[in-house]
Write a protein that binds this ligand. Structure first.
Ligand code: CA
Length: 528
C-alpha cells in the first residue's frame, strides 16, 4: 500500500511547492530572519559557541580587543595572485600574498560591488550602496543634494566609540568635499588621495592624454575642475594638510611606496598604544593608469606596467605584514586582503585577469568575484580554503563582532545587509553564515546568488570585446531569467533556464523578498 501511494504523494508535494514559490524559497533558503532591519543569516549554533569562546580566550590572553587590518587593492582581478591561479604563471609573481594565503584562509567566493565607490561605501556602512545613495563614483559636475554620510553610522565611528584608534591610508574615493572626507566620517586619521590614479595623473601624462596636456587652454579649464592631486594628511576634528602634489609620472608611480612607508611607520606607533587599532590600507595600484615605481622599473617578468604594479603591491603587502610581526601584534590582528572589484578590461592591457565572464562594471562574476584572503596567526589555521559565500560587506559585521560592538548600537530605521562571519572565518570547520548575495548596478537590481546558483534578471552587455564600461548597455533578460549553476559553469555561459534547475522559483522569489525590504526602508537619494 505504502509503496503504491508514496510516488503520488511526492508528485503532489512537488507540484504544490512549484506553485507556491514562497514556500519553495523557505524550503531551500537556510537563512533565518531574526530582526526586521537585518539581513537573515544561516544559524550555526555550534560554530557560534566555539568562536565566542575562542575570542574570549584570546582577549583574556592579550588584555585587549584584536586589531583589524584591511588591505584593499584597487581593480585587481580574481585571477591575478598566484594563490588564485595567476602569479608567476601569468608573468607577475605574488609570493607574499601566496604565503599569507597558505598560512591562512583562502576564500574562493568573495564578492565586491562592481565598481570602486560602491564597494568602499558598502564595507564601511554594512549596507548596499543603493541604500546609502553611494551608487557610483562622484564626478566633477555632479550636484550632490545631500551628504550621504550625514546619517550613516560608519564602521570607523563605531570602532572609535568602542575604544579603537582608526586610520585610513591610501585611496578614499567616496567624496572629497568637507563632511565627506575619511577624517570627517569617523577615521581618526587619513593619509592618502581622494581619487583614483588616472584622475590624478592625467594632467601630467602627455603620452596618454596629449589632447589635454598639450593644449594650454584645455589645461586651464581642467585645473579648475580636476580632483585634488595632493597627498592629504587629515585628522578628525583637526587639520587637513596638503602634503605634496603629483607633478610627474614618477610621482604617481611612487605613491604606493610612500603610502606603505607611512603605514609601516604608523603600525609601530599604533601597536604601542593601549588601544587596539583599525587600519584600512587602500592601495592606488593596480587601478589604471598604472605607472612604474621609479625605484623598481619593470618589476615583473611580464614587464607591462599593470603586471609591475601587481608585483609591487605584493611586495608592499609583505612589508605591512612584516611590520605587524615586528611590532609584536600579529597574534592579535585579523588581516583581510582583497580587491574592490574585478579587472577594468576597458583599460587593457593595463588591466588584470579574471577567469570569469565580464569585468569591472558588470554583475557577472568577472566584475564582482574577487580574491579574499583571511589571515590571523593562531586564530585561523594554515591551509584552510572555502567556497563559502562571503560578501565584502560582511567585513563590517565581523569587525563589529571583534570590537565587541553589539548590533543594537545601529539605528533601527535603516536596513543592514552585512552578516557577522566570525564563526565562519575563525573556526577550522566554519561554514558561511550568508545564504544570499544580491548584485546591484547603480539603482538596478540585477542578480542573486544562493549556494551554487546565480540568477540574472538584468545584464550588462559589452558592444565590443572588453568594453564593459565604455561601450556597454544594460538590458532586461527575456522570458526566462538567466540562471547558471556556478559549479558546472563558472563562466556563466550555459544557462540552465527553466528546464534544468529545480530552484528557479526559489531564486526568483528571494529576489522579490529582497526588493520588498526597500518598501519599508527606501533607498536614499543624494542626487547621483
Ligand atoms: Ca576599483
Amino acid at each position: 500500500m505504502i509503496k503504491k501511494t508514496l510516488p503520488s504523494v511526492i508528485l503532489f508535494i512537488s507540484f504544490f511547492l512549484w506553485n507556491n514559490p514562497e514556500i519553495y524559497a523557505q524550503a531551500f533558503n537556510r537563512a533565518v530572519k531574526t530582526s526586521e532591519n537585518f539581513e537573515p543569516a544561516i544559524p550555526h549554533p555550534d560554530q557560534e559557541k566555539a568562536v565566542a569562546k575562542k575570542l574570549l580566550d584570546l582577549e583574556k590572553k592579550m588584555g585587549k580587543k584584536p586589531n583589524i587590518v584591511w588591505i584593499v587593492i584597487d581593480d585587481m582581478g580574481y585571477g591575478d595572485p598566484g594563490c588564485y591561479g595567476g602569479g608567476a604563471a601569468i608573468g607577475a609573481a605574488t609570493p607574499n600574498m601566496d604565503k599569507i594565503a597558505t598560512e591562512g584562509l583562502r576564500l574562493t567566493s568573495t564578492y565586491s560591488q562592481q565598481t570602486c565607490t560602491p564597494t568602499r561605501a558598502a564595507i564601511l556602512t554594512g549596507r548596499l550602496p543603493v541604500r546609502s545613495g553611494l551608487t557610483r563614483p562622484i564626478l566633477s559636475g555632479d550636484k550632490i543634494t545631500a551628504n550621504p554620510w550625514e546619517d550613516e553610522v560608519s564602521l570607523p565611528k563605531l570602532l572609535g566609540n568602542a575604544g579603537y584608534n582608526t586610520l585610513l591610508t591610501g585611496k578614499w574615493h567616496v567624496g572629497e568635499i568637507k563632511g565627506m572626507r575619511p577624517h570627517d566620517i569617523g577615521f581618526d586619521e587619513f593619509y592618502g588621495y581622494y581619487s583614483a590614479p588616472k584622475e590624478i595623473s592625467q594632467g601630467v601624462d602627455t603620452h596618454r592624454y596629449p589632447d589635454l596636456t598639450m593644449n594650454e587652454d584645455y589645461m586651464i579649464t581642467f585645473n579648475e575642475i580636476r580632483t585634488n592631486p595632493h597627498l592629504i594628511h587629515g585628522y578628525k576634528n583637526g587639520s587637513t594638510e596638503e602634503i605634496s602634489e603629483v607633478k610627474s609620472l614618477d610621482d604617481i608611480g611612487s605613491v604606493d611606496q610612500v603610502l606603505t612607508d607611512f603605514t609601516v611607520e604608523k603600525i609601530e606607533e599604533l601597536a604601542k598604544s593601549d588601544k587596539p587599532f583599525f587600519l584600512e590600507h587602500a592601495f592606488l595600484k593596480v587601478h589604471a593608469d598604472n605607472q612604474d615605481n621609479p625605484n623598481y622599473p619593470g618589476l615583473s617578468k611580464a614587464k607591462y606596467q599593470y603586471k609591475n604594479g601587481v608585483v609591487e603591491v605584493d611586495m608592499h603587502i609583505g612589508n605591512i605584514v612584516k611590520a605587524l610581526e615586528a611590532a609584536g601584534v600579529l597574534e592579535n590582528t585579523f588581516i583581510f586582503i582583497t580587491s574592490d572589484n574585478g579587472p577594468q578590461m576597458d583599460a587593457w592591457p593595463d588591466a588584470g585577469y579574471t577567469p570569469f565572464r565580464g569585468a569591472k562594471g558588470t554583475t557577472f562574476e568577472g566584475g564582482v568575484r574577487v580574491p579574499g584572503i583571511a589571515y590571523w596567526k593562531g586564530m585561523i589555521s594554515a591551509g584552510r580554503q572555502s567556497d563559502g559565500v562571503f560578501d565584502l560587506m560582511d567585513l563590517f559585521g565581523t569587525s563589529l563582532r571583534l570590537a565587541g560592538v553589539s548590533a543594537d548600537k545601529l539605528p533601527n530605521d535603516k536596513y543592514f545587509d552585512y552578516i557577522d562571519q566570525s564563526s565562519f572565518l575563525f573556526n577550522d570547520e566554519g561554514e558561511s553564515n550568508r545564504e544570499s548575495v544580491y548584485f546591484w548596478w547603480g539603482k538596478e537590481l540585477m542578480a542573486i546568488r544562493i549556494r551554487e546558483y546565480k540568477q540574472h534578471i538584468k545584464v550588462i552587455k559589452a558592444q565590443a570585446p572588453h568594453m564593459w564600461i565604455d561601450y556597454a548597455t544594460i538590458e532586461d533578460v527575456g522570458l526566462a531569467p538567466w540562471t547558471f549553476n556556478l559549479y558546472i559553469d563558472p563562466k556563466e555561459n550555459m544557462p540552465v533556464g527553466h528546464r534544468r534547475t529545480a530552484w528557479l522559483a526559489t531564486l526568483g522569489s528571494q529576489l522579490k523578498v529582497h526588493a520588498a525590504t526597500f518598501k519599508k526602508y527606501p533607498p536614499k537619494q543624494i542626487g547621483l
